[in-house]
Ligand binder design. Structure first.
Ligand code: ZN
Length: 98
């Protein structure tokens, strides 16, 4: 099960492990049921890009980072899996970050 980060309406942050479709848990500190999920990790390629571009990176920085990193990642995958497989299973690598 995935681990999620939450912040309650009173500012407490906590982690909870539960299924994707399960409702958000109440805050363990104060019992507040109004909690928001905090996105601390993005899946796949965006994680590396965000990490290397820094937290306060502008959209333009992210775009140039994407343009820089995506062809490299794609090349690695093509070497490993072949052109056809990459086109079939990772079509987003052929598109531009926008
Ligand atoms: Zn709380």
């Amino acid at each position: 099960m995935p681990l999620y980060d939450y912040r309650c309406a009173n500012g407490h942050t906590f982690e909870a492990r539960h299924g994707f479709n399960d409702p958000a848990p109440a805050c363990p500190e104060c019992g507040e049921a109004h909690v928001q999920r905090v996105i601390t990790s993005a899946p796949g390629v965006m994680q590396g890009i965000n990490a290397s571009a820094g937290k306060n990176a502008s959209k333009a920085d992210l775009q140039s980072k994407w343009a820089e990193e995506t062809p490299k990642l794609r090349e690695k995958l093509v070497n490993k899996l072949g052109e056809d497989t990459v086109n079939k299973y990772a079509p987003t690598l052929n598109t531009k970050y926008d």
